[in-house]
Each structure stands twice: as structure tokens, then as C-alpha cells.
Design a protein around this ligand. Structure first.
Ligand code: MBD
Ligand code: FE
Length: 293
């Protein structure tokens, strides 16, 4: 594997699956996770998981060659650091749905976090422009405005709207080389009425890296590697339940066939051009109150 290293932060270097995968894995590992699962529950999950695997192997009469290919592929996913990518694309949507149903959650719909969230992005005022490069300004601007409220529609001042998304080439800062650290990442703090007006760029669809094991997996069964263009958001306010979600664009490519199965009809924006040719859209977030899990 040849590793490209960016000589300086402004050089454009093509990202590799190996590079972005390992960055996502390093980020995930930096925060050692735990769950308070009982031994009984762990045993029940483990038993059903192995039974599901055994059933698939049996139903399809999986051969030794196929078993060895699976083993090699799982080793490759680890070596390319692509477990965060593969899991978030193919499994997280189910966990997300369980999460919201279990909590009996009202308010704006959630969606998956994906592998590219980074906490503590720079704070920005309620009316702001996202950190971006000159080349990002050549893309169509997106003016995204709205209000964070509680379930009764009361504005929540000081709410934090964390926004992160890919650039026009589909690349995320901190996971592709040659992009400034906080490009297209920010934490917008709402005004006293909970409002915000954010100028950013219209993101592009995202293609799963083709040159790594997640790409090979998709290719092996004739799937497509695309996610529709999307904005990632995490909206928080003290005393309210945080929400992690994504927003999509009406009529955009792959909206109906997201490889990550993370589109919901309530999360589709329909921006309209203003006199200057910027796309403008209003979308608000309603937060439920905090309940015990
Ligand atoms: C993404 O940008 C993303 O949002 C998800 C869920 C998976 C891979 C890339
Ligand atoms: Fe994404």
C-alpha cells in the first residue's frame, strides 16, 4: 500500500480508503466505549448472533472457499480501518431506529451519526458562515435557517447546532488529506429565540471509497456505493434530549437508494434559489425533554 502524505495542508491529494478508514478507526478508538450489558443479556445476544450466522451458512450451503474469503475480507476491513465505515453504512440505521423507538421519542427525527463526527468543533454565532476555503465558495451557497424549539414550539436560546458535511468533492475534513482541520465543521449557538442562519455550501453526494474492503464488498454483489448529498447535525440544549440527524435534498441523486438506508421523508429539504443564486431553506428542530433511558 503506498501512502500519500500531504506535504502541506493546501496540497490536493486524492484520499485513499486506507487513509480515511484508519483515521475513522483512530478517532473511534480514542474514546474507549463501554455498555452496562448484563451477563444474561450478553449471553442471549451472543447465542442469537451465532445462530443467525449458522442459519445463513446452512441455508446457502456456504463452501470452505467462501468461508476463507470472508475471513480474509474481515482481516482486510480491520487493516484498512474500515469497521467504522462498514458498520455505520450497513448496521447503524437499525440501531438508530431501535434507539428512538425505545425512548418513545417525539420531536425531530434522528438519523445515523456515521463515521465522520468530530466533537468540539469551533463555536459560531447564530448568524454565521461555516469555515470554508476559497474553492468551497465556488460551489452553490446554501443558506440554512430556522429555529430550535421545544415540543410546544418555544424557542430554545443557547441551543448548540453542530453541523458537519462533505465539500463539493464529497470529502470530509480530518478524514481526507489536504483539507483545513475544521473545514465545513462548526457549532452554531442559537440566539435568544433559538434561531440560526448558517451560510454553507451545497454538499455533493458521497461515494464510499472504492479502493478498500467496503468498496469491494459493495462491488462483489453489484450494489452501488453512493449516499445522497447530506448535512449532518447534532442539536443539543440543557434539559432536552440531544438529537443526531441528517438532512437531504429533494430530487437529489441517491435520495431513494441511500447505501446507508438513512433517509427519512421528514428529513428532506427543498431549497429555493434567491435573487443572488444562493439556495435558501428553512428547517427547524424540535427537541423532546430529557427522560431517563
Ligand atoms: C458518510 O458520509 C456517512 O454519513 C455515513 C453514514 C457513512 C459513510 C459516509
Ligand atoms: Fe456523511
Amino acid at each position: 500500500m503506498t501512502q500519500s502524505t500531504a506535504p502541506n495542508a493546501t496540497d490536493a491529494v486524492d484520499p485513499t480508503a486506507h487513509d480515511s478508514g484508519n483515521k475513522a478507526t483512530d478517532k473511534f478508538k480514542s474514546d474507549r466505549v463501554t455498555a452496562d450489558t448484563s451477563k444474561e443479556r450478553a449471553a442471549a445476544i451472543y447465542k442469537d448472533l451465532l445462530a443467525a450466522i449458522a442459519k445463513v451458512a446452512h441455508d446457502h450451503q456456504v463452501t470452505y472457499d467462501e468461508y476463507r474469503v470472508l475471513k480474509q475480507w474481515m482481516i482486510d476491513v480491520g487493516e484498512y480501518g474500515e469497521w467504522p465505515l462498514w458498520l455505520d453504512v450497513f448496521v447503524e440505521h437499525e440501531i438508530e431506529e431501535i434507539h428512538y423507538n425505545r425512548l418513545d421519542y417525539s420531536g425531530t427525527k434522528g438519523s445515523i451519526e456515521g463515521p465522520y463526527y468530530v466533537e468540539n468543533s469551533p463555536e459560531l454565532p447564530a448568524v454565521c458562515e461555516m469555515p470554508m476555503r476559497d474553492k468551497d465558495r465556488e460551489a452553490t451557497s446554501l443558506i440554512f435557517k430556522g429555529q430550535v424549539t421545544d415540543l410546544d414550539g418555544k424557542g430554545l436560546g443557547g441551543a448548540r447546532v453542530e453541523l458537519w458535511h462533505a465539500d463539493e468533492e464529497g470529502f470530509y475534513s480530518q478524514f481526507a488529506p489536504g483539507i483545513p482541520e475544521w473545514n465545513l465543521r462548526g457549532t452554531i449557538v442559537t440566539d435568544e429565540e433559538g434561531r440560526y442562519e448558517i451560510t454553507t455550501l451545497q454538499p455533493a453526494p458521497y461515494q464510499i471509497p472504492a479502493d478498500g474492503p467496503t468498496g469491494w464488498f459493495i462491488e462483489s454483489h453489484g450494489g452501488h456505493p453512493w449516499r445522497p448529498a447530506h448535512l449532518h447535525l447534532r442539536v443539543t440544549h440543557p434539559g432536552h434530549r440531544p438529537i443526531t440527524t441528517q438532512l437531504y435534498f429533494q430530487g437529489g441523486d441517491w435520495v431513494d437508494t441511500d447505501v446507508a438506508t438513512a433517509v427519512k421523508p421528514e428529513l428532506i429539504l427543498d431549497p429555493k434559489p434567491d435573487a443572488e443564486g444562493n439556495n435558501v431553506v428553512e428547517y427547524g428542530f424540535a427537541l423532546d425533554v430529557s427522560k431517563e433511558d
